[in-house]
Design a protein around this ligand. Sequence first.
Ligand SMILES: CC(C)(COP(=O)(O)OP(=O)(O)OC[C@H]1O[C@@H](n2cnc3c(N)ncnc32)[C@H](O)[C@@H]1OP(=O)(O)O)[C@@H](O)C(=O)NCCC(=O)NCCS
Length: 423
Amino acid sequence: MEALKGIRILDMSHVQAGPTCSQLLAWMGADVIKFENPAGDATRGQLRDVPNADSLYFTMLNCNKRSITVNMKSTEGKQVFVELLNKCDIVMENFGPGVLDRFGFPWEKIREINPRIVMGSIKGFGSTGPYAQFKAYENVAQAMGGAMSTTGVPDGPPFVTGAQIGDTGTGLHLAIGLLAALRQRDRTGKGQYVEVAMMDGIMNLCRVKFRDHQRLTRGPLAEYSVGTHKGMGAVPRAGNDSGGGQLGNAVRCKPGGPNDFLYIVVQEAVWNALAQRIGPEVGMPDLATDPKFAKVADRRANQNDMWEIIGEFALKYSKRELMAILNPLDVPCGPVMSTEDLTHDEHVRGRQMWVELDHPQRGKWWNVGMPIKLSDSPADIARSPLLGEHTEEILREVLGYSEEKIAQLKGKGAFSTPPKKAA
Ligand SMILES: CC(C)(COP(=O)(O)OP(=O)(O)OC[C@H]1O[C@@H](n2cnc3c(N)ncnc32)[C@H](O)[C@@H]1OP(=O)(O)O)[C@@H](O)C(=O)NCCC(=O)NCCS
């Protein structure tokens, strides 16, 4: 937790896209102040599994942060915000379009207050263009950035992927932008505005699909298991095809449960060894030299037959047994691991990717660990804050407020939402 020591972040972000970014930065050592609406980040109460406790949705995305509640719709709350801006290196948000303008704090104003501050913004579609005014959630971004149209099988509907590439993926993009902007700030003394649109982030993650889109103007895509032809326009959905230069697919294993599959890449270099191992067991002792599969171009042209042969072999083994057969042959492969498999996996535990924590409201719980391993700055994962847990601490330590001043601001509703007036 040393890499970002001394960097303070005013984190106005909510839900998933922003909080995943600031959690990573906190794990790298930044002091992240989660600046919350007095009602709290909505995810605190969403998908609750323990009554009256912060939900896992919240706790898993907000570790190692401090929470302050400030009512930005009060004059005093806005003043606290301005003073915090002056004490921070980064301010970040992922509100819907126009929210910051309605607060009276567009980037131009924030820059005026603190010219050194770096501002990070996530929007569904960015601040320019015909879609700029639209809100977005994960799957909206997956739909609009090209991921859905290329996921699934050609004769089925488009599918979303379980990996949160729209939210967490955008958070990752933002983290990179913020760190680069900090580096420039350190050189020039000037902050800047870093914007990541979820749709843009998805397009970045679908880059190879746009490679194929352009290849289609010249001819078919020989490595696709589904039919393609020159000039067909949109890149088709291609099931579990590898999508790269090497053929790959998920083959069903024993005993045939929903996750009993091994993903196998038939790398050019391993065909001979693979075919020699598989061939005799499926009645094809000459598989390695069979002209239908001997060269990579033959295997591409006849890949559905090749997968059928590999599939016949695979059904005799469990995914783990098959992995044990193929690993010594240097065949790149991996079993489809369920969440249940992963949370019990020795490798995962050893790499601290499934970490046990404690929480005053919910007791013991688990979080996915820090995937970026810095040798001189290991993450030390601590629980998420309760709503407003650090309000007074931050006012005292960061802003130097006296007890009297805190009491006075409290009285004016700077840290709470006024109760609704009776109709
Ligand atoms: C995610 C999203 C759709 C949620 O929409 P939403 O729940 O309506 O939330 P918004 O961000 O639009 O609005 C937040 C409201 O809380 C209010 N609020 C936030 N912090 C506040 C504070 N500290 N004090 C007072 N009010 C506050 C805002 O003023 C706003 O109310 P307003 O519309 O009256 O101005 C929207 O925030 C969005 O599109 N974000 C950008 C894309 C994104 O990140 N999506 C992925 C989320 S995982």
